[in-house]
Design a protein around this ligand. Structure first.
Ligand SMILES: *Cc1c(COP(=O)(O)O)cnc(C)c1O
Length: 353
């Protein structure tokens, strides 16, 4: 097996990098595309594939864009980076900043960040600021501070983030030999759906793919501004990574939806948690709740007859389930504690009374 090539080197010709751009890497990209026979049986779609982005260095797809954004910031002489985050952007920014030797500050909505993500930002040595407000408040503050010279903003409004993230679409086309018929993806700040569309359009234009997929994006019902057509002042959902009321890439996501002939829809928290448990128990794939929104959406459309003409589908599992131990603990059975005694352990293993 070859060592993983860094994302910047692998796609240098397709990215806005030059010979002077530092070859920053933590081994991001080249994530597995895993087939899901259970979802195929349930949905009737001939091929269902899971793009397991939780296998990135900090456990989410954010690393694809962050490596390019931080490398470009270094190239331009920056000595600090700054972001607002629901958690994964912070974890990724903190890791790449540590690697690059630049300072990092992250602004989080207090009390609304999954534990694993918060811990990552802390251990990587970022300055972690929790504001009493929403993610949208945090992003507005980060933008102001970046404008005033506090550091380079590495949120997905930084154009290099979307550029790096589009490489996931290239990998899907390379692994399948073409673009799929449809891509299912969670939508929060809407950068990733924008990035996939750009990647698929570019892949088709240079011949890596013979077609473009339809894009189906999914928001959580309590945080579905694009579906409702207006910002949601107090977004609510168990899926913290998509708890966003006013997406930065709103217009680009709508354009991607329409150009691809797809849709952006809402799924309930119950549907999200159901898909989350199902993927872990039935396929051995542990993603975070926000990621499961893509699979919840696929299952919903299967029930409603909304998958006509789709023979090959890809669901983007955006982040690792280990990020959010609280949701995991609430949704699975706890250990059975018994005395260190043969019969007691045997009874516990076999279950029942
Ligand atoms: C950031 C994130 C999302 C949402 O992606 P956007 O680009 O904000 O739409 C979904 N899932 C996970 C795990 C994330 O970290």
């Amino acid at each position: 097996m070859l060592a993983r090539v860094s994302l910047i080197d692998r796609y240098a010709a397709r990215l806005p990098v030059t010979a002077r751009t530092p070859r920053l890497t933590l081994g991001e990209g080249s994530t597995p595309l895993v087939r899901s026979p259970r979802l195929e049986a349930e949905t009737g779609v001939r091929e269902v594939w899971l793009k397991v982005e939780g296998m990135n260095p900090t456990g989410s797809f954010k690393d694809r864009g962050m490596v390019v954004a931080v490398a470009k910031a270094l190239e331009e002489g920056a000595s600090s980076v700054l972001c607002a985050s629901t958690g994964n952007t912070a974890a990724s920014a903190a890791a790449y900043a540590a690697r690059a030797g630049v300072r990092c500050a992250v602004i989080l909505p207090a009390g609304n960040v999954a534990l694993g993500k918060l811990i990552q930002a802390m251990v990587f040595g970022a300055r972690v600021v929790a504001v009493r407000g929403s993610f949208d408040d945090a992003l507005a503050l980060a933008r102001r501070l970046a404008d005033e010279g506090e550091g380079t903003l590495v949120n997905s409004v930084n154009p290099y983030r979307i550029e790096g993230q589009k490489t996931a679409a290239f990998e899907v086309c390379e692994d399948l030999g073409d673009a799929p018929d449809a891509l299912f993806i969670p939508v929060g700040n809407a950068g990733n759906i924008t990035a996939y569309w750009r990647g698929f359009v570019e892949a088709a234009s240079w011949g890596l793919a013979g077609r473009r997929p339809r894009l189906y994006g999914f928001q959580a019902e309590g945080a579905a501004p694009i579906v409702r057509g207006e910002p949601v002042p107090e977004p609510r959902t168990v899926a913290t990574a998509i708890r966003i009321g006013n997406p930065a890439s709103w217009a680009a996501a709508v354009a991607a939806r329409d150009a691809s002939g797809g849709a952006i829809e809402a799924v309930t928290d119950d549907e999200i948690l159901d898909a989350y448990g199902y993927l872990a128990r039935c396929e051995g794939v542990f993603c975070e709740p926000a990621s499961a929104a893509a699979v919840a959406g696929l299952r919903r459309r299967a029930k409603d007859g909304g998958l006509a003409g789709i023979e090959r589908a890809v669901c983007v599992l955006t982040g690792s389930g280990l990020k959010d131990p609280d949701t995991a603990t609430r949704s699975a059975s706890p250990p059975i504690e018994v005395d260190a005694e043969l019969d007691a352990v045997r009874r516990a293993i076999r279950g029942g009374a």
